[in-house]
Design a protein around this ligand. Structure first.
Ligand SMILES: NC(=O)C1=CN([C@@H]2O[C@H](COP(=O)(O)OP(=O)(O)OC[C@H]3O[C@@H](n4cnc5c(N)ncnc54)[C@H](OP(=O)(O)O)[C@@H]3O)[C@@H](O)[C@H]2O)C=CC1
Ligand SMILES: C[C@H](CCC(=O)O)[C@H]1CC[C@H]2[C@@H]3C(=O)C[C@@H]4C[C@H](O)CC[C@]4(C)[C@H]3CC[C@]12C
Length: 280
């Protein structure tokens, strides 16, 4: 299928699981856009890609942070690194980002969609305006970026990587707007993947279903952002349909949901200390 036929990863009859080194080498000299690259998982993806000697175009709102990330990427060995700052709730930014890639590189190999707007962990406040804005930032801009990138990715037989969450597969409480944006990503990009396969277009779409990742202070309960970032890049390079990270936690939750959804809902509800959750 177009999801798996791009680059032969192992010789006939040899390995079936390509090595980490192999997927890293596959990115040398490739032209990659990473959104939400000024902090967290996106920043770590930029550093891994820099070590792999990729060409990088990074985006986020905060120019001062992007400048520092670009400098570090160049120190780490990026073939080139630049940025565009702006908010992804602006309808013109996705086109601008893709124009920059076309003008500077003449093409694109991988689009990593990772940014998210501000969300809080609280009861739904009834603020429909917030839902609309978050849909623009977390969902519509992903669609706009992928749409603008598709002609270039068709030419290079490249890849789209969509960073989503377990909250985009299993709706727990206190994340209604965020969860809605992540469910929407699954619907859109899984449908688009089907169309690309029907049309024999060799552009892969990898949907990343992440559990809780440590993007702040070190915590044994959360998975490390550095490893998570590497797994996302690797899944994209290998043209996987989905990444589940951390594999065991996400896999178990999805399995329990498919067998006993009400049991899972109740386990999720009882895992929170309700007195700590805000109502506004
Ligand atoms: N951390 C976790 O536990 C989990 C994360 N995920 C997913 O991983 C991805 C990365 O998350 P994480 O690293 O934690 O997030 P962070 O909050 O650390 O980073 C978010 C990035 O998006 C940028 N950003 C924020 N608002 C906007 C905006 N309006 N327009 C453009 N860029 C914006 C931020 O930079 P700036 O403020 O400069 O704009 C930053 O670079 C997300 O898709 C998230 O849903 C999924 C499951 C769990
Ligand atoms: C509770 C979820 C993890 C379940 C698990 O352990 O498997 C979390 C996974 C993603 C989180 C959300 C996220 O990353 C975006 C926001 C970040 C803010 O700092 C807090 C609110 C979030 C909506 C956050 C909420 C918990 C998760 C859904």
């Amino acid at each position: 299928s177009p999801q798996t036929t791009h680059t032969p990863l192992c010789g006939a009859g040899s390995c079936s699981v390509p090595s980490l080194q192999h997927s890293q080498k596959m990115l040398r000299g490739k032209r990659v856009i990473v959104t939400g690259a000024s902090s967290g998982i996106g920043e770590q993806m930029a550093y891994h890609l820099a070590r792999m000697e990729a060409h990088l175009l990074l985006t986020a709102r905060t120019e001062a942070k992007l400048q520092k990330v670009v400098e570090r990427c160049l120190e780490l060995g990026a073939a080139s690194a630049r940025y565009i700052s702006g908010s992804m709730d602006s309808p013109s930014l996705p086109e601008q980002v893709l124009r920059e890639a076309e003008n500077t590189w003449g093409g694109l190999d991988m689009l990593i969609l990772n940014h998210i707007g501000q969300s809080s962990f609280s009861y739904f406040s009834g603020d429909v305006g917030h839902v609309r804005k978050l849909m623009e930032t977390n969902f519509v801009s992903y669609v706009a970026l992928a749409t603008a990138a598709l002609p270039l990715l068709k030419e290079s037989e490249g890849s789209i990587v969509v960073v989503s969450s377990i909250a985009g597969r299993i709706a727990g409480p206190f994340t209604a707007p965020y969860s809605a944006t992540k469910f929407a990503l699954d619907g859109f990009f899984s449908s688009l993947r089907q169309e690309l396969i029907i049309d024999k277009v060799n552009v892969s779409i990898t949907l990343c279903i992440l559990g809780y990742i440590n993007t702040g202070k070190p915590s044994p309960a959360h998975s490390p952002k550095e490893e998570c970032a590497l797994e996302i890049i690797r899944a994209g390079a290998l043209r996987r349909r989905e990444l589940h990270y951390p594999a065991r936690a996400v896999g178990t939750a999805l399995l329990v949901r498919s067998i006993a959804p009400e049991l899972l809902d109740s386990l999720v509800r009882s895992s929170y200390r309700l007195e700590n959750v805000r109502r506004t």
